[in-house]
Ligand binder design. Structure first.
Ligand code: NI
Ligand code: MN
Length: 231
């Protein structure tokens, strides 16, 4: 079985095919139940969707705590990280498109577009596919029509969608995203961290129901895990 564990804001720990993956590891966020040191020597892969501080987070510190972990991001973000941890094969600069070649990691990881801004490269969303299942992390994004293509091409078990508005989609738009992605389960993220992104996650449930989707909305507490997929 695979799992996602919400670490507050857009930070998630994903357990899949025996790998431990951290996505957008801002572990010092106000809702975070963990500290970076708790992940010492236990992370296989770190993925960052874009270089805003609330997503890049403690990636560099985590790479130092996990000397064997692989880091994947858009090329320019990977270069920025490699300037801080030193050049290494494990810092993988990629881009939007087909599966990444990740040293020693047998997962299908693909970056897709996100409509947002960033200082380096381009903002992305990411799909992680293993034998046990698949997780789509939307990053920071407004609604993008490309989500329908992702849903058409790939089977998404769990979609992690921002609902806080202001910088990203809100719950109403996220329900449309869930429909386009054809996700079996959606989990809201990127809300209630700051006053400006205050949102009620039950609104997502309401809008998903209004659209007549059979998508299940799972609202996690920080630190909570959701288990899914094939064993
Ligand atoms: Ni951002
Ligand atoms: Mn953000």
């Amino acid at each position: 079985m695979a799992y996602v564990r919400w670490l507050g804001h857009s930070a998630f720990e994903v357990g899949i095919d025996g790998y431990r993956v951290l996505v957008d590891p801002w572990l010092s966020n106000p809702m975070s139940p963990v500290r970076p040191e708790e992940y010492k020597d236990s992370v296989d892969l770190i993925i960052v969707t874009h270089d805003h501080g609330d997503h890049l987070g403690e990636a560099v510190e985590l790479l130092k705590l996990n000397p064997r972990a692989v880091f994947a991001a858009v090329y320019e973000v990977a270069n920025f990280v490699s300037e801080q941890v030193g050049p290494s094969e494990r810092i993988v600069g990629a881009n939007i498109g087909g599966p990444l070649k990740l040293p020693g990691i047998d997962l299908k990881v693909m970056f897709f577009p996100a409509t947002h801004s960033c200082s380096r490269g381009a903002p992305t969303s990411v799909l992680i596919m293993g034998k046990e299942g698949s997780v789509y992390h939307a990053g920071d994004t407004g609604l993008v029509a490309e989500m329908a293509l992702i849903g058409e091409l790939y089977n998404i078990d769990v979609a992690l969608l921002p609902i806080g508005g202001h910088f990203t989609m809100d719950a109403y738009q996220a329900a449309k995203a869930a429909e386009m992605l054809r996700a079996k389960v959606v989990i809201p993220m990127h809300y209630n961290t700051f006053p400006v992104i205050r949102a009620d996650p039950r609104e997502l449930e309401k809008y998903v129901k209004e659209r007549g989707l059979d998508t299940r909305v799972v609202i996690l507490e920080p630190g909570e895990k959701f288990v899914f997929g094939q064993s």
